[in-house]
Design a protein around this ligand. Structure first.
Ligand code: HEM
Length: 139
């Protein structure tokens, strides 16, 4: 799966992520709240405390956003991460829930700055990340 984001979409992702990072603590709380509301069965999958988990997710998203121009280089890491997620009992359909919860939380934090176009760029990015992770999960 390649990353078919236009230069403008990459710019929108970078700009919005920089803003999100300013509110990262509250965004993360909103995100997990929404995830557990949309898919309550995922709550028990998390064994580490949510703060630790939140940091891992934020670090990974930072790595992805930093690598938008060389997405292929992330492949080995994302394949391995996807494989790990089968061990956490994460199902393929949960990836869409994660995308919905994350873009919802970004929208809450950024308001009007999180335009429809920015949301679409994030959905496309998270779809590409999920596709590589799911490939790893199947291997
Ligand atoms: C864009 C997709 C995703 C990314 C980038 C991501 C990122 C991560 C990272 C970096 C870790 C830490 C791995 C480690 O400690 O080595 C992790 C763990 C975990 N993720 Fe994800 N994840 C994604 C999707 C999901 C989904 C869809 C679910 C299910 C709702 C999920 C649930 C978990 C769980 C349960 C853990 C383990 C927590 C623990 O150690 O207790 N992840 N994820």
């Amino acid at each position: 799966m390649s990353l078919a984001l236009t230069p403008r979409q990459k710019w929108l992702v970078r700009e919005s992520f920089a803003s999100v990072c300013e509110y990262s603590d509250s965004v993360v709380v909103l995100f997990y709240g929404r995830l557990f509301e949309l898919a309550p069965q995922t709550r028990d999958m998390f064994k580490v405390d949510i703060r630790t988990q939140a940091r891992k997710l934020t670090d990974m998203l930072t790595a992805v956003v930093d690598a938008l121009d060389r997405f292929d280089q992330l492949r080995p890491m994302l394949l391995e991460l996807g494989q790990k997620h089968t061990g956490y009992k994460v199902q393929p359909e949960h990836y869409q829930v994660l995308t919905a919860a994350l873009t919802w939380a970004f929208g809450q934090a950024l308001g009007g700055e999180f335009s429809r176009e920015t949301r679409a760029a994030w959905e496309q990015l998270l779809h590409a990340v999920s596709a590589v992770m799911l490939e790893g999960a199947r291997s």
